[in-house]
Design a protein around this ligand. Structure first.
Ligand SMILES: CC(C)(COP(=O)(O)OP(=O)(O)OC[C@H]1O[C@@H](n2cnc3c(N)ncnc32)[C@H](O)[C@@H]1OP(=O)(O)O)[C@@H](O)C(=O)NCCC(=O)NCCS
Length: 314
């Protein structure tokens, strides 16, 4: 077994195969592929943030991260979203994934990252590497159908609006403006927005009056399902989601994460006694883990506000 090495172009085909087999099932059965699900992660400029281990020329293990800037009010954190950690089933429990993670974590330290974040079903693998389970602030409404009394109330009591399928020509700048008005958000370049808004199984919607007042992103992908992101006026978002359900663009069984303690959304839903559970992770389900690298910058106050919207999930 070789040591972990940086991913090179010659490794790509083998790596896609390992990752698709691990996370997407047999190619014929899956309508999604990791390569198109994570375009920013697989971009050429991210090769240096990935590791592979080979055995006799075959890739048997992979791990990597996407670098993100997360803004929480006035604080900007340098964050790594760890993704696509996999060892071929024939080579598990030989220390491969741990070696890749240790190499990546050394890089995070050397490059002054503030924290790492990931979502996993295998907490026992990450705990010895220093990762800790954490939950973000907020609530989870699952399914949306349980919130219809509140959603319909806002739909029926709001000035008329149009719900428009996102088009880059009409909505791109307004969506960026609204996302940039969020108190907690990742910093995305225009190119990042373009890639994220055209992910497979993703649809964005504009809530349009005179101007675009809000946007909502919905997903039917295996890795991104339900309401994934929104920004703008809380009542316009609720009315917009009600219309999406009414017009059958969103399934009533889809979930809706309600971010944070400062969100008006939570109080509007609570005013209608809508039953919501506290968020256990930004994804609503599964386990979220964090690796705090700079405890001064990522203090308990900052940690309590930390939240990552669906388009940025790994
Ligand atoms: C999780 C996974 C990447 C681990 O890869 P691996 O190369 O077998 O891991 P390692 O051999 O480096 O494990 C190091 C240690 O982590 C822990 N560990 C590994 N796999 C574990 C598991 N499935 N459950 C609990 N702890 C585990 C053990 O302490 C292990 O040491 P030990 O074998 O001496 O007991 C691999 O099982 C895998 O590909 N799983 C499917 C994909 C997946 O779930 N990836 C994680 C997504 S976030």
């Amino acid at each position: 077994m070789d040591s972990p090495e940086l991913v090179q172009v010659k490794h790509l085909t083998d790596t896609y195969r390992l990752l698709d087999n691990t996370f997407r099932g047999a190619p014929a059965a899956s309508r999604q592929q990791v390569r198109t699900d994570f375009p920013l992660f697989f971009a050429a400029n991210n090769l240096r943030n990935r590791r592979v281990i080979s055995q006799q020329g075959q890739i048997i293990c992979h791990a990597g991260f996407s670098p993100l800037r997360l803004k929480l009010g006035n604080v900007t954190l340098k964050m790594a979203v760890v993704v696509l950690v996999a060892t071929h089933p024939d080579y598990r429990r030989r220390g491969c994934a741990a070696l890749c993670m240790k190499s990546l974590q050394q890089q995070l330290q050397d490059e002054d990252y503030d924290l790492g974040i990931l979502w996993t079903g295998v907490t026992g693998f990450y705990e010895p590497l220093g990762w800790k389970t954490a939950a973000p602030p907020g609530y989870y409404l699952n399914p949306i159908a349980a919130g219809m009394p509140c959603l319909n109330h806002h739909l029926n009591n709001t000035p008329p609006f149009e719900i428009q399928k996102y088009s880059e020509m009409d909505h791109f700048h307004d969506v960026m403006r609204l996302q940039r008005g969020q108190p907690v958000r990742t910093m995305r370049s225009p190119a990042d927005f373009r890639q994220l808004l055209s992910l497979p199984g993703i649809q964005a919607w504009g809530i349009q009056r005179k101007t675009l007042e809000a946007y909502v992103v919905t997903g039917t992908a295996v890795n991104k399902y339900g309401i994934l992101e929104y920004a703008g006026q809380a009542d316009a978002i609720l009315a917009g989601i009600a219309k999406l359900v009414q017009e059958q663009w969103v399934a009533p069984d889809a979930p809706l994460p309600v971010f944070g303690t400062d969100s008006k959304m939570a109080s509007l839903l609570q005013a209608h006694q809508i039953p919501m559970t506290p968020l256990v992770s930004c994804k609503g389900r599964g386990t979220e883990m964090r690796l705090i690298l700079n405890a001064q910058r990522v203090n308990t106050v900052v940690e309590r506000e930390l939240f990552v919207w669906g388009l940025d999930w790994a």
